[in-house]
Design a protein around this ligand. Sequence first.
Ligand SMILES: Nc1nc2c(ncn2[C@@H]2O[C@H](COP(=O)(O)OP(=O)(O)O)[C@@H](O)[C@H]2O)c(=O)[nH]1
Ligand SMILES: [Mg+2]
Length: 307
Amino acid sequence: MNKEDVCILIPTLNEGKTIGGLIKEFKSLGYSNVLVIDGHSTDDTVKKAQSEGAKIVIQSGTGKGQAVSQAFSIINSKYVVMLDGDGTYLPEEVDKILEPVVTGIADHVIGNRFANYHKDAFTRLNLFGNRILNKIFGFAYGVWLEDILSGYRAFNYHAIKQIELNRTGFEVETEITVECVKKDLKIVEVPITYLARISGAATKLQPIRDGFRIASTIYLLAKTHNPLFYFNMIGGIITVSGIAIGIYVVDEWLKEITHIPLTILATLLIVTGIQMFIFALLSDLVVSMHRENMHTMRKLLKEKEKL
Ligand SMILES: Nc1nc2c(ncn2[C@@H]2O[C@H](COP(=O)(O)OP(=O)(O)O)[C@@H](O)[C@H]2O)c(=O)[nH]1
Ligand SMILES: [Mg+2]
């Protein structure tokens, strides 16, 4: 592999304390093509990155997601490595991250932070949230990964051009992973080290708000991949509430109290819930057929590329 073929992509927002050292380390490892996509930092991030010789692009919108999406559209390198500018990931592990894409066994590599993390790298809430979100992801997409929210990732050119990103904020890692699953891109996870942020440099992630956004992204994006999961969740909630009201109505009726409006409500909820289950089955049929078509189309495209 030629190190010139690798673009090191660093999205930054006020990472002046760490960005300079990070770029310097990549350069000393022989990776000279460093792209910093900055989210209008108000500190000296841009100046530091410039003086270390990185290419700087100021993102046109806001949020990490928009930054990554913009970066993907302008990068033309054979391989891309993305990581935070906060010094929590080790540049010397870049070869480990790159290996599966370079050897061709993966289109996308995720660095698994849970393999080796500093004791202050995650708060207890972070650890718990990550575990839950990885599980929800597994249920929704049928792909069980250890660390879908990792910031240290590698891609081949094919992957960055296939992945379409629409979310603007911290849902970007989720969306990248979902897109890979949807587009049949091969994902491999490799163990990496995750350090704590240096003191005085705070994370931009708000655990509760962003956690909910990530969970709802996992759920909403599942509609066109796993409609059984998506619609059965809705159907389940509606049916269970109908049954609960129904139990109450029957119990009261046995005590010779009749609730007519509640009886109607319970019936409506149960019927609607069951319709959702049927709808889930129909959508699943549509999605499976679509997937088969897309699969064939991708195979044909690949063969055409080979010709
Ligand atoms: N360009 C850009 N980068 C951002 C934005 N928000 C966060 N980042 C960068 O994205 C990376 C990940 O954010 P971070 O706060 O470390 O999130 P955490 O690793 O989940 O705690 C860091 O390098 C941030 O500086 C943004 O709005 N625009
Ligand atoms: Mg970070």
